[in-house]
Design a protein around this ligand. Structure first.
Ligand code: GAL
Length: 678
């Protein structure tokens, strides 16, 4: 090669290289998977880069893709484009990994608050749908996937081959509009005594009575009760009231708590009659943290933690064992294998629960109560022995062991209705909704167990669990239920909490003392169904969750590992003014009375004539406004407004012409009490 040729070639290479660079400055491609996807929120699992929700190859209707974002509806990824992108292109669809299920989802692209594109509702098997959106000038882009109108079960959703054409930038920032800031609102309790917990308690005549008088304040503390009916006594040191009442009636009692700093008094009503659970049950349940890993030792430790954390002083009472105390039909875990029942049909707990009576005695000895779980079908949801055919023996066992609470979970009962072989472990699947939508079959197993529980010589709170089939709220009380689940299982995601909250409205008129609608257990603290992690709900979402469950008069069952309670979680669970809303003796469930954009305002009537009001922000923009529409909330006259989380009066308002300045964080809530001004 001559020297001239070499120079010529070098020059050509130089120009080609520079042209390429110049070209890329004026128009570049930025792939979605090059951005930080971890800020996305989604209904289940974690955001996946170049993988499906379950971590597999992205596959839509048989076509595989190397690049993309695998998620689960409700899913939201917010990207700051700052006007530097011209075009977004992708293909969207539901991942084949959920074969056999019926997912439906809608993919939406929003730019600066406006919808720019939607896929329409997509189903499993639909070919990947191309999406092309012009972006000139868009600053904030949202890639959103909603549930397609049938709940978000199995909505594994993929954005594949997704990329931006840009003008001279190499990457974009993503962010989560929901704040991660942890802040504590509940004030520390005063040193002086303050009585807490339920103000009314129901018992049946002749049943063993157990009620713990609870209070905050310095210890040592002594307790007394004036006007206790015949048959009851109070332990001065612990505050535990025990005994039996033989005749029906209303008994008005004055509770007193004293310590070195002072004394507190409060009225307490005992209703001896047919109804128990006159306020929503409060306690802990093993499912959301331990699931199939539960054991007697873990249950004891949870009970100990209920005491040592001080939660017991705020009215938290039940320690409930969920599924997996029974033997399992085919588990590889030998600790779950063994004979299901003895020769008389009485259930034999698995080897992790050698002595149920001793466990119940232990929990009672701490001043707490204990619960357990079964299914009306042959198998529980987890595949352990259910009660079908042995309901009488089971009710007797629960009473004889000294249990106070039964959660009775539909599961394989649907197979009984199907006429499938009831006891063949391999032919009976665990979860079947079959029969749940015909009133007669839906009610039958609960009537049976409800009647049997009432025949026992102790009060056993009956928690009906069948996920809301046949509008259970309309008849749950008539089959002996004290509470009933209104929806499917909760998870620690915003989509789950929001979905359940919105769905809960329909059951509101049916809540009353002794009969509670149950939107499922709490997902604060360390949860994880056998593999715990800190709740994925953001702090503001957790405030909203607890505020709403209190407004709903929902059973409050802590679902977290009680040995990992942190200060933030304790702050959520020990605010007595918030708990008082939940435990209010009137027993009303809040309803949404006014909606402004994505803010829903819930109102709950309270026994003392005041109203608890929750300003709940379901949207992605912070709300700041002067609120004036008090008439919509049923508020007339002058009010003192108290912020219950901060336990502080914040304003005096004239509902006729006044206004109230409110500020509600994204996915957060304000919980206020409006009391008529004196
Ligand atoms: C589900 C129920 C859960 C849990 C689980 C146990 O059906 O909704 O709360 O009890 O069964 O297997």
């Amino acid at each position: 090669m001559t020297r001239a040729t070499t120079i010529f070639r070098t020059l050509i290479l130089f120009f080609v290289f520079h042209l390429a660079t110049i070209g890329s400055i004026s128009a570049q491609t930025v792939w979605l998977d090059e951005l930080d996807l971890s800020t996305a929120t989604q209904g289940y699992g974690v955001p996946q880069k170049n993988k499906s929700c379950d971590g597999k190859t992205l596959t839509i209707a048989g076509e595989t893709f190397e690049r993309g974002f695998g998620s689960h509806s409700e899913s939201l990824l917010t990207i700051l484009l700052e006007g530097k992108a011209t075009l977004f292109t992708a293909k969207v669809g539901i991942d084949d990994e959920v074969k056999g299920q019926r997912p439906a989802a809608e993919f939406i692209v929003n730019g600066d608050g406006k919808q720019l594109w939607s896929s329409g509702i997509m189903h499993l098997g639909d070919a990947a749908k191309p999406c092309s959106v012009k972006l000139d000038g868009v600053k904030k882009l949202e890639l959103l996937v909603t549930d397609g109108g049938n709940g978000n079960y199995y909505d594994h959703v993929d954005w594949v081959d997704a990329k931006f054409e840009t003008t001279g930038v190499t990457t974009f920032k993503t962010f989560n509009p929901v704040s991660s800031e942890i802040y504590i609102l509940t004030p520390k309790p005063a040193a002086t005594p303050r009585l807490t917990g339920a103000k009314v308690f129901g018992v049946r005549p002749g049943s063993p009575f157990q009620f713990l008088v609870t209070a905050t304040g310095d210890r040592p503390m002594t307790f007394s009760a004036k006007g206790l009916p015949k048959g009851l006594k109070i332990d001065e040191k612990t505050g535990l009231i025990t005994g039996t009442i033989s005749s029906k009636g209303t008994y008005k009692v004055t509770l007193v708590a004293k310590n070195a700093k002072g004394k507190a008094e409060r009225q307490f009503r005992i209703e001896c009659g047919d109804q128990i659970a006159l306020t929503p049950p409060m306690g802990w349940n093993s499912w959301n943290c331990f699931a199939q890993e539960v054991s007697a030792d873990r249950v004891k430790r949870a009970a100990n933690a209920m005491v040592s954390s001080g939660l017991i002083n705020h009215g938290w009472t039940y320690i409930n064992i969920d599924d997996f105390w029974e033997n399992h039909r085919d588990s590889k875990d030998q600790s779950l294998r063994g004979k299901f029942r003895d020769e008389n049909g009485y259930i034999i707990p698995n080897s992790r629960f050698v002595d149920m009576k001793a466990l119940a005695d232990y929990v009672h000895g701490l001043g707490l109560k204990i619960g357990l779980y079964s299914s009306p079908g042959p198998w529980t949801c987890g595949g352990c022995a259910g009660s079908f055919g042995y309901e009488k023996q089971d009710a007797e066992s629960y009473a004889q062991w000294g249990f106070d609470y039964l959660k009775y979970d539909w599961c394989s009962y649907g197979n009984v209705i199907n006429g499938l072989p009831e006891n063949d472990p391999y032919k009976v699947s665990s979860l079947s909704y079959n029969g749940g939508s015909q009133l007669e079959t839906a009610q039958k197993p609960f009537i049976l167990m409800g009647d049997l529980l009432k025949k026992q010589k102790r009060d056993i709170l009956f928690s009906v669990c069948q996920y809301g089939m046949s509008d259970v709220w309309k008849w749950g009380g008539s089959v002996g239920g004290n509470c009933w689940r209104t929806t499917n299982d909760i998870t620690d995601t915003w989509a789950s909490v929001k979905g359940i909250a919105l769905d809960h409205e329909k059951s509101a008129p049916y809540a009353k003392p002794g009969n509670w609608n149950d939107p499922d257990m709490l997902v604060v603290g360390h949860v994880g169904w056998g593999n715990t992690h800190p709740s994925k709900l953001k702090p503001d979402e957790q405030y909203l969750h607890i505020s709403l469950w209190s407004l709903f008069a929902a059973p409050l069952l802590i679902g977290c590992d009680m040995e990992k309670l942190d200060d933030f979680t304790l702050n959520l669970l020990t605010n007595d003014e918030v708990i008082d809303v939940n435990q209010d003796p009137l027993g009303k469930q809040a309803t949404c009375q006014h909606t402004i954009g994505e803010m829903r305002i819930y109102v709950k009537e309270l026994e003392d004539g005041s109203k608890a009001v929750g300003f709940c922000n379901f949207g992605l923009e912070k709300i700041q406004m002067n609120y004036t529409d008090f008439a919509k909330l049923g508020l007339n006259g002058k009010f003192t407004v108290r912020d219950l989380w901060r336990q502080k009066d914040v304003a005096k308002v004239n509902a006729t012409n006044g206004e109230l300045a409110i500020e509600v964080p994204v996915h957060g809530a304000l919980l206020y009490k409006f009391s008529p001004a004196k």
